[in-house]
Design a protein around this ligand. Structure first.
Ligand SMILES: C[S@@+](CC[C@H](N)C(=O)[O-])C[C@H]1O[C@@H](n2cnc3c(N)ncnc32)[C@H](O)[C@@H]1O
Length: 161
C-alpha cells in the first residue's frame, strides 16, 4: 500500500468507528475524550457528532487547524499520561467514549504508550462506554468489538468497557 492508501484507510477507520460509536452510546451519558488533537480533524468530527457533550482534548500542544481549536476549559495540554493521572477523580466512571489517536510514526512507541494509557482509562470509563483507537490497546476487562464494515483491521480498534 502507498502512504496515500494507508492514510485513506486510517481516515476511513476513524470516521466509521467514531460514527458507529456515536450511535452505540446515544443513550449513555457522559463526556467524550479525544487523546491527540493533532490537526483537529477528528476533534472537529467529534464535536459535530456530539454537539451536546463536552469533548475533552488531551495533547502536548494545541496547534491544530485554526477552525478546530477546543475551548480553553476543554483542552488539557501536556503529557497525556501525567494528565490522565491528574483527572482521575474528576471523571471517575463518567466517560462515555474515548477516541485515542496519540503518538507519532513510531509504531512500537505508540503501542507502548497504549499499554500505559489503557489502565488509566479504565476507572474513568462509564460501564458500556466505547474506546475507539488507532493502536491496539491492552485491557483484559474490555470487550474487543467487531469493526464496522470496510474498516481495515490494522487501522482501527474498537472496545467496550
Ligand atoms: C496523529 S496526531 C492526532 C491527529 C488527530 N486525531 C487529527 O485528526 O488531527 C497525534 C497527536 O498526539 C500528540 N502526542 C504524542 N505523544 C503525546 C504525549 N505523550 N502526550 C500528549 N500528546 C501526545 C501529538 O502532539 C499529536 O498532536
Amino acid at each position: 500500500m502507498s502512504r496515500l492508501d494507508v492514510f485513506i484507510a486510517r481516515m476511513t477507520a476513524q470516521a466509521k468507528c467514531l460514527n458507529w460509536g456515536a450511535e452505540d452510546i446515544r443513550d449513555l451519558p457522559g463526556p467524550v475524550f479525544e487523546l491527540g488533537l493533532g490537526n483537529g480533524r477528528t476533534y472537529d468530527h467529534l464535536r459535530k457528532l456530539f454537539p451536546d457533550r463536552d469533548v475533552i482534548v488531551f495533547d502536548l500542544s494545541g496547534k491544530s487547524h485554526p477552525d478546530c481549536i477546543p475551548p480553553e476549559e476543554n483542552l488539557i495540554l501536556g503529557d497525556v499520561v501525567e494528565n490522565l493521572e491528574k483527572v482521575q477523580s474528576r471523571f471517575k466512571g463518567q466517560v462515555a467514549l474515548v477516541h485515542a489517536d496519540i503518538g507519532n510514526h513510531d509504531l512500537a512507541a505508540n503501542e507502548a504508550l497504549g499499554r500505559i494509557i489503557s489502565p488509566l482509562l479504565v476507572p474513568m470509563m462509564r460501564p458500556k462506554g466505547i474506546i475507539v483507537s488507532t493502536d491496539r490497546y491492552y485491557q483484559d476487562d474490555w470487550e474487543t468489538l467487531e469493526l464496522p464494515e470496510g474498516v481495515d483491521p490494522v487501522e482501527g480498534f474498537l472496545y467496550r468497557a
